[in-house]
Design a protein around this ligand. Structure first.
Ligand code: ADP
Ligand code: MG
Length: 474
């Protein structure tokens, strides 16, 4: 992709001035994060890292990503209701991956007891990169779909205004006026509002289930404030609080400190380190309850890398979404090559292929949050070590997406201003609600563009690698 800002990038004085304006604009707009040193206090805060300039995104691919989001919502929801599919797909994984196994055990336990929950709220984010072919054309390829705790919808609702101002300072008002409005905070909140209404208890609250370390609280506050503005009470609690003070009544209504909870919105609970024995018990209590969990445990399992890999197998999408050939085609068009490393001849062949040519692939364990995948020489070494062990089935293999880099400045507190070669990842937020068997909401709720320097193979904003960005459609 040609960088639209070539002239600016070479003008050092203009860049310096624009960066000063950008940082202050971000602080004023509330593009904020707590500091690493004081992650649980707001006395000292900083701006969340972001690009100086918006990054070019091909408009056709941007539209394609929006157009397929409702299909992905339907797909995730269908998987979450398909016990046979989840059981079969995760069978090999749960033998070797303890975390997925524990989630799966809660899933089965809740099903055996019978679901008390009848309203289902999904908030997900489908992430893509623009794969550059040998002929120079770009294609939209899905990296993954996040079905739990998909973040940065709040802060990114505020970045377009910052980038608009930067472009104006740089004498590009015309380009500034072309930046798209984007408000996932509101879109996500409207999903929570609707779920809260359908739950049908006006005095009940919405509970944000939050981490022990809350550096990204402002991102969550953006969504929270949308709820308060609509007169819905929000409480913030950790698993530990649920363990100590949560309870269910006879109808499995969930109570926290005496308040009934209508919706539990997880911003926690997606990695092993979020759980000790008490937290697992708290998770089980929440899942057993009648409250609307966003997501319920089945939907969390639908977002595992193993499920993603299984979806790429011939016939799988057709079985999950019968009579929806167009949706299936739109979804499949975004898939990169995905390969199973399950025990057997096929898995042996795949492992050998990756060991012979590691730079073509990414090796992914069943983990979220960035920094877990393996690339290149490390991929080769790890796979060689486990190629003959069942341990390899805890991973999936994926074709590596190779986007065309572009130059930009990444603004980070206490870091020198320097130009970097960057690649971007586009996320589209999806929101849907099902009541019993009926879909009552199915929407795309905005986008997130994250950009990182090419020397980092992996990692998101929270992991300290990528920064917030705004798409500039070309
Ligand atoms: P996580 O659940 O940890 O976010 P992802 O699958 O999103 O796992 O991978 C983390 C990061 O690794 C992505 O944000 C992206 O930068 C990089 N990545 C993942 N898959 C690929 C791929 N197939 N090709 C290139 N980069 C990838
Ligand atoms: Mg990711």
């Amino acid at each position: 992709m040609a960088a639209p800002w070539e002239d600016v990038l070479r003008n050092e004085a203009a860049v310096q001035e624009a960066a000063r304006v950008a940082v202050d604009a971000a602080l004023l707009a509330g593009v904020l994060m707590r500091t690493e040193g004081e992650p649980n206090a707001s006395d000292v805060v900083n701006y969340a890292p972001f690009t100086l300039l918006p990054s070019a995104v091909p408009s056709a691919l941007f539209e394609q990503a929006y157009a397929v989001q409702q299909d992905f919502n339907l797909l995730v929801d269908a998987i979450s209701q398909n016990k046979e599919f989840l059981e079969r797909t995760l069978a090999s994984t749960i033998k070797v991956d303890d975390f997925t196994a524990r989630l799966f055990r809660i899933y089965m336990q809740v099903l055996e007891e019978g679901l008390a929950q009848s309203v289902f709220l999904g908030i997900n984010r489908s992430d893509y990169m623009f794969d550059c072919g040998v002929d120079g054309t770009s294609a939209l390829k899905q990296i993954e779909i996040n079905t739990i705790a998909a973040s940065f919808g709040g802060l990114t609702s505020r970045t377009a205004a910052v980038h608009g101002q930067v472009l104006k300072v740089l004498g590009k008002s015309e380009e500034a006026s072309r930046l798209l409005p984007n408000n996932p905070s509101k879109g996500l909140a409207l999903g929570i509002v609707k779920a809260w209404e359908l739950y049908g208890s006006p005095s009940a609250v919405v509970m944000f289930l939050v981490e022990e370390v809350q550096r990204n609280i402002f991102d969550q506050r953006c969504v929270e404030n949308e709820l308060w503005n609509r007169n819905i009470r929000v409480i913030r609690r950790r698993f530990r609080d649920v363990f100590e003070k949560g309870s269910l009544d006879d109808a499995r209504r969930l109570y926290m400190d005496g308040q009934e909870v209508a919706v539990v919105y997880y911003r926690e609970g997606y990695v092993p380190k979020n759980y000790d024995q008490q937290n697992w018990e708290a998770r089980l209590l929440l899942e057993r309850s009648r409250a609307v969990k966003c997501p319920d445990i089945a939907t969390q399992l639908a977002g595992t890398k193993k499920v993603q890999q299984e979806l790429s197998q011939p016939g799988t999408l057709e079985r999950l979404l019968p009579d929806r050939a167009e949706a299936v085609a739109r979804i499949r068009a975004t898939f990169a090559g995905l390969y199973s490393l399950d025990v057997g001849e096929e898995g042996d062949k795949i492992a050998a292929m990756a060991i012979a040519d590691p730079d073509r692939f990414v090796l992914k364990p069943q983990r979220e949050g960035g920094g877990n995948n393996l690339y290149g020489e490390e991929l080769r070494q790890v796979l060689e070590k486990i190629r003959d062990s069942p341990e390899r089935t805890s991973y999936i293999l994926m074709d590596k997406i190779k986007p065309q880099p572009a130059m930009n400045y990444l603004l980070r507190a206490h870091s020198p201003l320097q130009v970097s070669e960057c690649i971007s990842e586009l996320g589209i937020f999806g929101v849907y609600i099902r009541q019993g068997k009926e879909m009552v909401m199915n929407k795309a709720a905005g986008h997130l563009l994250r950009t990182k320097a090419i020397e980092h193979a992996d990692g998101g904003v929270a992991a300290g690698v990528a920064v917030l960005d705004t798409p500039y459609l070309v």
